[in-house]
Design a protein around this ligand. Sequence first.
Ligand code: HEC
Length: 436
Amino acid sequence: MYPIWEVPHLTAGLVLALIATIHILPSHLSTSAMWLNVYLERKSLKENRPELMAFVKRFSKMILIFAYVFGSMTGVGIWFAATTAAPRGISGLIHNYVWGWATEWVFFLIEVGGIYVYYYTIDKVDPKTHLKLGWIFALASWTTMVIIVGILTFMLTPGHWAATGNFFDGFFNQTYWPQLLMRTTAMFAIAGAYAVAVAAGFGDLKARREIVRTASTWAIAGLALSSLAFLWYRAVLPDAALANLAALATPGLRAVMVWAPALAVAYFAVMAAKPSWARLVPALLAIGLIFSGIFSFERVRELIRKPFVIPGYMYSNQIIAGDLPAKGVQSELPEIDREGILHYAPFVPPDLRDVTDANRLRAGRMVALIECAACHTFQETGLRPLPPRIRKLGATGPGDVAEVLDALGAIPYMPQFAGTDAEKQALAAYLFSISK
Ligand code: HEC
């Protein structure tokens, strides 16, 4: 267990989610855009059309600056935020998937080096070699997705890993293929969307129209196929995840998931029919639509695995709640209930280890930080703030709150309370004190 990173009004998890959202824009661009480049570059070679290559050059420059500068910065940001927000969760993932990440980073290095090589060798090496460089880049960048999807889906459906502890049992789990298909097809939609934006300001009219038409067709096909893949994904979700989806996905979130891709398809249909209408601002809005769809999907993906970071194994508050015989790991719950969470967690001020009349509220706040702060805030407003929730339940004293705590484990998306009775009373006293 590690020190707690409390972020008032937001929670550390939301800070992580915000950085990750910004990261989605450049990272998905970097896996997708080169596919359109190699397509256009091939066409330019075969049909001897240098103006297409001029577009490829312009597009590559945008990828280089936007995807790699912002992508790298926010990528490092994700690691910083994730290791601080959920150090044990990350540790659990690294212990299982360190070779997965190592492999991903090999391909990522090819990708990062690749974009510079690709951009700066345009017109400098012979066209066939250059096209090969493009292919290497495109395949390497997609391979990073092939790998990371295994780790991402493992966090929702660890599959037989829970029984065997085997790398590939967790990696190729029941949601792996649908999610890989969903991201791969969405990736082509993203490439198309960016290409329309870049082509909108492109000088050569004939080439512009042709590129806008091709890119819009890619975007429509990508969006349609990824929506189908989403239905497949939903069909293989475990019951617990579906129950969470029903209970936690707000109407707003659902609406964005349906309307954002639908409106984007409508926009690209217009562009495919009337490519000369392409302008930068609407194209950027269409990119915004696609990303709000992706963002809602990522939010839902986070919501439906509650209360776990890794289902059946570790709660979002970092407590190990399930046995993993294959890894020699045991649930910590019995020991925490016996010893007390304030004894069990290492980063507790010494005067708060035992609950007394004098330190009750401070000890209660410490328990709240350890067990609830992963998903709740303690202010009046913000992400799932507890004071209004406690009030809504009509608690008239700490005793009522303690009863709520007893019932937490029965709510499917929340971890059960873990600790001694004295700690539960202290937590109840603290929660009541902030809810008055
Ligand atoms: C894994 C994340 C998670 C953790 C950890 C967590 N909760 Fe929750 N809690 C939720 C979610 C999700 C909801 C339902 C959505 C909402 O209320 O906004 C919820 C709702 C609640 C509610 C309102 C219940 C109702 O029926 O209206 C209370 C009270 C509550 N939590 C208390 C706690 C306390 C106390 C802790 C710490 C001991 C805790 N939660 C830890 C995720 C969590």
